[in-house]
Unconditional design. Sequence first.
Length: 399
Amino acid sequence: MSALLIYLVLTPIYVYKERKRKILFVFILFVLTYFYLGYEDIEPVEYTLHLIPVSLTLAIWFEGSIPSIFTWIAFNFGSSVVLHNEPLPVFVGSTFMLVAGLLFKHRVISASLRRKLLYSIGLLTGYTAFYLGAQPVLLKGNLNYACLTIALSYLSTSFVTFLFYHVKKQEIHKEKLLRLEKDRMVGQLAASVSHEIRNPLTATRGFLQMMEQKEYSVEERKRYLSLAISGIDQANDIITEYLHYAKPNNDQQAQLDVKEELASILRFISPSAFAGGVAIDISHSSENPMYIWGESKKFRQCLMNLIKNAIESMPGGGTLTIHTHQSDKHIQVWITDTGVGMSKAQINSLGVPFFTTKKEGTGLGLVVVMSIIKSMNGKITYSSNVNKGTVCLIQFQTE
């Protein structure tokens, strides 16, 4: 019974593959059986008339064929080899339970609690009848104790069946909620992608229809064609960003120096920062290189997006502070701005496809950034207050 409880608690957290779940149960069962039979003073009547039928009922109804068979083996071994009980009564009664339970299991899986209780009591009654029929002498010497044990077995079987039924029910509800959440996210993402792509395509269709319905000068036709191509390019960019988010490619990873990558980015972004009245202050905690593993092009894309976001959050100018720090286990990149900041609700929505705080933009940029950083064994965290700036921390593990 302890094996069943431990198994129920551990498997939803740590083990997801069905085969590994069964192996875990068998391992827990035999470890606990060894300690129980080897170090406990066991009353044979309690073992044979109480523990065996209650535990075997649970294994049959709630854990499947393999756990049931190994539970049957463990209890027969313990009864005959360790406790030196008469092997035939336990073998006959437990075999009836195992065979009957596996035959009727398909009816019980989706049954109501009431039917599960009736089937459990039926199995227990069958086991008790077969056991006592094969060893009637037991009732003569220990009649009162045997009857009390049998009564407690019925009570225990009903209680644990009720308990396990509701535990399993909660586990099934949790799985259904996870599937519904995944379906909801897929639907929301599909709707968002469709909406974002439809806008530029609708504009492109409109320009092409205008060119078809009326004669325009060469310059006007060129301008409309340019706008139409721009709409198609915008739609293509959205699809490209979505694909990067859905399936980042890590086949070309190499050792990168964070300081060198930052220096390369700042050469391109400094002019636009200067034009916007943003001063950039960069510092490093160490003069030594800070190495991480990743793809240079994608890492620079991440840095570019994050630094541009910080600059765009300071429309009236401000200070952008970039600081790198290396410890024994981490390499950190701090990007701090003095911009408009964000509320807690906005911070919690960061990384959601098509959520953006900008007037223009799809919101996929930050989603792609987070996906790439995660693939490089890193993570991004934000802290911010409205009108007090934002701090973005990128942290990579070095071990």
